[in-house]
Every structure is written in structure tokens, then in C-alpha cells.
Design a protein around this ligand. Sequence first.
Ligand code: ADP
Ligand code: ADP
Ligand code: ZN
Length: 246
Amino acid sequence: MTLTLAVLNFLPGEGNPATMALQHHDEVVLLLGAPGAGKGTQARFLAETLGVPHVASGDLLREHRQRGTSLGRAAQEYMDRGDLVPDVLVVDMIVDRLNERDAARGALLDGFPRTVAQAQALDDRLRRRGGHVRCAIYVDVPTDVLVERLAGRWLCKTCQASYHEIFNPPASDGVCDRCDGELYQRPDDKRAVVSNRVAVYLRDTLPVVERYARQGVLQRVDGNQSIEAVKAALLQAISEDEPVPA
Ligand code: ADP
Ligand code: ADP
Ligand code: ZN
């Protein structure tokens, strides 16, 4: 409790890396939540606080599509419909990313795992290397809020920063505050595709949330409050999470 209060004394975005950084080999923190829950908005500061890379499966898949790789071509039709890309493709992509040097201590995973099979594959891979899921943070937002959030979402082409035309507008229209990159709207944020993405999430991903709850590593954060309030709640969630002794 003392630690939590101490952490909350830091201004938002200025967590205490000395106490919150992941310290062991292959520890991962998961950011779970529906499409539009606010994962991308919060991920950058959370990864910086934890001292690990932010690994977003959706961003990696979009990069593959842009580069025209075979994975990008295989993923395209699923993403355009708002369906999940097959587990085997996504698991290999994430395992490859976790094997990169900068992820040796661990990573903040955003948007993965999204199915029970992906969660099992992640657990197996971590167990083989003596790692584990340190905590799974569930950003909880009622489904009726998600469509409005996604319909007004604008993303930076260069750094993937996420904005909202009403709830979190950039200082000047169409331009990223952080890097001056061009902002765009994702084709799968159209209302018809969003409703399929939310249905897929309820069917395939909620069981993953329940799985981590049963394992005793789930931290629930109310995502239906201001961006600053969610940030404070996330800091509190990771500060309450005790590091595993070395
Ligand atoms: P959001 O940020 O809105 O939740 P993402 O960028 O994470 O959306 O994902 C966009 C699309 O990429 C998904 O609709 C799905 O087609 C694909 N995708 C992303 N992550 C996964 C995953 N872990 N498993 C399967 N498909 C995925
Ligand atoms: P996710 O990565 O979970 O799909 P994003 O972080 O991209 O979601 O957020 C979806 C949309 O909602 C974006 O337009 C973002 O600016 C907006 N948003 C994020 N968090 C909040 C919040 N707490 N209140 C209102 N709008 C938010
Ligand atoms: Zn940018």
C-alpha cells in the first residue's frame, strides 16, 4: 500500500521506473481489452514505465501488410473483415518478436493473446525459458462505448499514436503532436467492421480474460473514464503487482 501511494505521488507519465521496471528474464505484462478500449493510447507510457518494448500484434500485422510480406498478404482478408488472423501465424510472429534482444527481460504485449490457443502458446514459450506472465491488465469498457471511440479514431502513420476527433484531438487537424506524422483512419474502424470485431472479441477473447483471472494474475482497470484517470489506474495496477523475488 505504501508503494502504491508513493507511486501515485508521481505526476502522470512519470512513474518510478526503479520500482516498476520488469527485472527478470522473460517476464511479460499483458494489456487486454476490446477493440477501442484504449490499449494503444496507454501502451507507450506503460511500456516506458516497465522499461520494456511495446509489442502490439495489430501494429506488427499492419507493418507486414505495408511491406507486402507473405504474412501480410495472408493476414489481409481476415483483418479487412474484422476477423482474427489464424493463431499459427500470429503466434510465430509474436515469438519471433519476443526473441529479439530488446525483449530479453520481457515486453508489454498489446492485443495478444486474443484466443485461448494463443494464451496457451504464450505460456508454453515463456515456461520453456523460465519466464511467466507477471500480470494481465484488463481495460474494461462497456461495448456500447467502443463504436463511438473507434469511429472517431485517428492514428499516426509514422509512430502509431492514437487520437480521437472529440475525446483526444491532436493540436492541429491531421498532424501527430508527437512526431508531425500524417494521421489516418483505419479502414476496419468503419461501423460495420467494428461490430464484427466486437463480436469476435466477446466470443474469442473474453475467455482469455477469464483464464488469467483463474490464474490469479488479472488486474481489472475501469477504462470508461478520462484518459488521465485510466493512466493513474494503470500505474496503480502495476505498482500493486509485487515483483517475483529473484
Ligand atoms: P485494436 O487496436 O482496435 O484492438 P488491433 O490493431 O489490435 O485492433 O488489431 C487489428 C486486426 O489485426 C484485428 O481485427 C485482427 O484481424 C488482427 N489481429 C491483431 N492481433 C491479433 C491476434 N492476437 N490474433 C489474431 N488476429 C489479430
Ligand atoms: P485500442 O488500442 O484498445 O483499440 P485506442 O487506444 O486506439 O484503443 O483507443 C480507441 C479510441 O478511443 C481512440 O480514438 C482514442 O483516442 C480514444 N480513447 C482512448 N482512451 C480513451 C478514454 N479514456 N476516453 C475517451 N476516448 C478514449
Ligand atoms: Zn506520430
